[in-house]
Each structure stands twice: as C-alpha cells, then as structure tokens.
Design a protein around this ligand. Structure first.
Ligand SMILES: Nc1ncnc2c1ncn2[C@@H]1O[C@H](COP(=O)(O)OP(=O)(O)OP(=O)(O)O)[C@@H](O)[C@H]1O
Length: 331
C-alpha cells in the first residue's frame, strides 16, 4: 500500500480534467441541444499497488467514470492516461493491448454474467479474444488456476451462473477480469448486491489478490463505510464533480467538505462532527439542470451568496494534501 499524498510518485493512471457529456432528447434552448454532464472536470491519479476509492450517491457519475477509465467511452474533454498511454491516441491493435492492462469488475453479478454460458466459458472468453495470453492446450489448466485463485472449485467450471451463490458469482466475475493479467482493476460497486457477510469475504479476496498480484484498484461505491476500509485514498463525487480528494484516513478523520461530512455522519458509530447525523434535504438535482455556482449549494446548510455565484475550485488544504471544493470547508 502506498500514497500518503494526493499525487503518488509513480502513477499507473492519470486522469486530467475529464468531462463526459451526453446529448439529451428535447427542444433546443437558444439554438443549443441540451446536454447532460455526467462527469465534470475530474482529475486524479492512481499509484502502483494502491486503492483509490470513489464514493457518491446514485447518479453522481460513478459508472460513467468507470467506463471512461477502461476505454468503453471517450471523454468529451480531458484525458485518461494508463501507463502514459491514451486510448484516443492509439491504433486499434494498440488499444486492444492497453485494454488488457485495465479491467472492469461489474456491479451486479446477477446481470453481468451471461446465464447461457458455463462459469468456465465465461472465464475463458477473454482468452479466445486475446489468443496470445495462453496457448490453446494450456487454457484449461490456466482457467482452473484462475478458479483456485479466486476461491472457486475448478471442478465447478461446467456449472451455470444460477447454480452459484451471489458471492461465488462475483468471484467468477473477478476471475474473468484477471484472465488477461491486468495491472489495474476498476471495481464498480463490486459488493453492493451482496449480503453483508459475503461482502467481507469478497473484499478480503480483493485485498489478498492485490498484494499477491501487485494490482492497483479503483474501488467505486456508494457506501463510504465499505469503501474507506479498502481504500488508501478517497475521491468524493457529487453531481459529476470531485468535491473532496485525499487520504482515506485524513478524510475519515476530518472531512473538509459538508457533503463528505454528511456521508460520514450516516455511518453507524461514527460521529459527524458536533452535529450528529446530518440529513440532507431532498435529492441531488438533475444533471441536466445543474445549480449555478457550487453544485452542492441547494442541499448545503452553509450555503451563502458566493456559493450561488462562484463554483469553488478544488484547492489543497494545509494538511497531508487533502483537497476540497468548498467556499466554507471545515478546518
Ligand atoms: N449513455 C448515457 N446517455 C445519457 N445519459 C447517461 C448515459 N449514461 C449515464 N447517463 C446519465 O449520467 C448520469 C450519471 O450516471 P452514472 O450511471 O454514471 O451514475 P452512477 O453514479 O453510477 O449511478 P448509479 O449508482 O445509479 O449507477 C445520470 O444522470 C445518467 O442518467
């Protein structure tokens, strides 16, 4: 584990000013087609062997960010660099090579595994696309090793997804993600669909694999109590914007952004500053009608006139590299 500052010395992933906009159906307004900004100006890095946790409520842009990182979507603005390379600048063949190094573990094993394929076929599929990873005669043995690595019985490879439990299905998803020897896993809500006891087992497996294989993780979730346990550093997203970024210990100990403070106050056994549980009014606004100024101001108890007018930039606080986008951060 590494990364006590906001910028690891040797990043495997560098995200710089990334925005993603989607066109939305509807009337043109002043000659422009309305756009939905799912991610806006996100910048962060990921160090070797490190876990960066990304947290936020439903709809804040977490899955969009995950798809941008693994090259399933292209940013509208900004760049994603993986080991110094950008998907946008590579040929098809080079993109395929780069894609091996960064793999996605999906949210919901119930829907992300093809029910008509056996577990063995699911894990073998990437090896049929990238034929040079393992020679054909060795594939069966290799798939057996992958099963063992994630704690599945290799003899169960001819079973179908519905014959496994939820936790086992997530292990199949992890084995599949590991098949091409990636260096980075982007885990998008990997335990959210699982029972609490099973969550812990899958989190332990991910931690163990990280050490054994020297992997770097992006770990995305909505539940800060889960995410902070596995993360070295945290990034808090609200309505597509990074509102706080720093070490997990620093943010958990002293959240600087009111939104982070509210998220933390909901964790049982954790006191939210002097206020106790902070219940935010209403839901996040729609990304198609973002507030002027600070995106969080419509739900913030600290908001004043400047928050309506000026979008606060992400600035570094004078403690361990913690960064916050707020006019009135906690000190
Ligand atoms: N392909 C798309 N076309 C149009 N809008 C999209 C598309 N993908 C995502 N969005 C919108 O972008 C916003 C962010 O979505 P995203 O799925 O990234 O959020 P999320 O934080 O992962 O939410 P959840 O946890 O509910 O999956 C949402 O308003 C969503 O409706």
């Amino acid at each position: 584990m590494s990364g006590m500052s906001s910028s690891p010395a040797d990043p495997v992933l560098v995200v710089d000013g990334v925005s993603k906009e989607y066109g939305v159906a509807g009337r043109r307004i002043a000659g422009h087609r309305p756009v939905l900004r799912a991610v806006e100006g996100a910048s962060f890095t990921l160090g070797v062997g490190e876990t960066l946790g990304i947290v936020g409520e439903s709809g804040c842009g977490k899955s969009t960010l995950a798809r941008l990182l693994v090259g399933l979507e292209r940013p509208t603005r900004g760049t994603v660099q993986i080991f110094g390379h950008q998907f946008a600048r590579l040929s098809r063949t080079e993109s395929r090579q780069l894609r091996r190094s960064i793999q996605l573990v999906m949210q919901d094993p119930y829907t992300s595994l093809d029910p008509r394929m056996t577990a063995g076929q699911i894990v073998t599929e990437p090896l049929q696309v990238h034929r040079d990873v393992v020679a054909r005669p060795d594939r069966d043995r290799y798939v057996g090793e992958l099963f063992e690595m994630v704690g599945l019985n290799p003899d169960h490879r001819n079973r179908y997804p519905h014959q496994f439990s939820g936790g086992q299905r997530q292990r199949i998803g992890i084995a599949r993600a590991l098949a091409l020897h990636p260096k980075i896993l982007v885990c998008d809500e990997p335990v959210s669909a699982l029972d609490v006891s099973v969550q812990a087992q899958v989190l332990n497996l991910l931690s163990q694999l990280q050490v054994e294989l020297g992997l770097s993780y992006i770990f995305i979730g909505h539940d800060l109590s889960v995410v902070r346990h596995i993360s070295d550093r945290l990034l808090v997203l609200y309505l597509g914007k990074v509102v706080e970024y720093g070490t997990a210990a620093g943010i958990y100990g002293r959240p600087a952004h009111p939104y982070t403070e509210a998220l933390l106050s909901a964790i049982p056994g954790k006191r939210g500053g002097s206020n106790g549980r902070i219940v935010l009014p209403g839901d996040p606004p729609s990304p198609t009608s973002r507030p002027t100024g600070c995106v969080f101001r419509t739900r913030c108890w600290k908001a004043s006139a400047i928050c309506e007018e000026v979008d606060p930039p992400l600035i570094e606080l004078h403690r361990g590299g913690q960064e916050v986008a707020c006019h009135f951060p906690n000190n």
